[in-house]
Design a protein around this ligand. Sequence first.
Ligand SMILES: Nc1nc2c(ncn2[C@@H]2O[C@H](COP(=O)(O)OP(=O)(O)OP(=O)(O)O)[C@@H](O)[C@H]2O)c(=O)[nH]1
Ligand SMILES: [Mg+2]
Ligand SMILES: [Zn+2]
Length: 338
Amino acid sequence: MSPLDHYGLDQHWLTEYEKHSRNALLARVVRVDRGEFDAVTDNGIVRCTGSKTCTGDWVTLDEHSFRLIAILPRRTVIERASAGSTSDTQILGANVDTVVITVASDTALDLGRVERYITLAWGSGAVPVLAITKNDSGSVDEEEILAAAPGVTVCSTSAVSDGGIDSLTEHLRGTVALIGPSGSGKSTLGNALVGDSILATGATRDADGKGRHTTVHRELVPIPGRELVLLDTPGLRSVGVQGSEDAVASAFSDIEELAALCRFGDCAHEHEPGCAVLAAVESGELTERRLGSYRKLLRENAWATSRHDARARSEKLREYKQISKSLRQKYAAERTVR
Ligand SMILES: Nc1nc2c(ncn2[C@@H]2O[C@H](COP(=O)(O)OP(=O)(O)OP(=O)(O)O)[C@@H](O)[C@H]2O)c(=O)[nH]1
Ligand SMILES: [Mg+2]
Ligand SMILES: [Zn+2]
């Protein structure tokens, strides 16, 4: 058995690899540092050079120098909008099948943040699963969490008492990324899933419960005997969403379903008569908070999309100018020849 089998190798990647090159090595990126990365190959883990890869990528490498040749087309991408006014994004992981979002029982529940993580996860193309962690040392309102996560499996776990780990495992498939705030127990849960303490974990700062950012690298490790690969990630300070209105629609499928019942097809759910969304708020079926969260994420998404479009337009314009310049030069040259 090749080490690649423990890192999610399947027929899809073999086919992609064969489309590329057979003189190159097939590998999967397990960890990235500036300009260099570790990748697992048929012969184990090697240090490689080349930029623009991210953890989880399937790549081809030069057999001798381990230089990056190509990144195979990504099946899914977890991508967040960077903080600030740029339209840049940061890729948190590639080719992830399940995104486990950790919500700690021992810190105040922030539903808006949970909704952001769920939107981010749907936007990646992977399937989100929500893990309530540390259920031995606190409790959260599970009803509230379920209402903020329609269509998402929610599992309650403890890494200390081993509670819920097996039933969580049943909902995992392929490459499993752990995402969530620092200190929410991602690496501890990862160790429980792997069955060994291989990921570093750290105590939460008592004062504000914000965590210490113990994990600093995105790292891929196999889960023995389960055909699962785990991607542990550092806690995020902010989660910007962008690029996919569909992701917001998936994360707020309850509101989308209500909206389909509004009298007007283009209802903005502001003050229109016959608005099913406002009626649900009125009856208490939908919280004002969640509706606000939905609106905010839609706005944020639209803003990011327009930034992205503006950048695409200016790139296109530059391209046009380049082409027309070379055409002008060509015609000018032809004229002088004639
Ligand atoms: N009681 C209890 N404590 C836990 C549990 N899971 C994690 N912890 C504790 O919570 C703290 C943070 O856990 P980590 O696993 O390092 O959290 P993390 O999400 O990986 O944090 P970053 O790497 O900083 O993003 C540690 O002190 C853990 O021991 C649990 O199930 N029960
Ligand atoms: Mg960690
Ligand atoms: Zn409406």
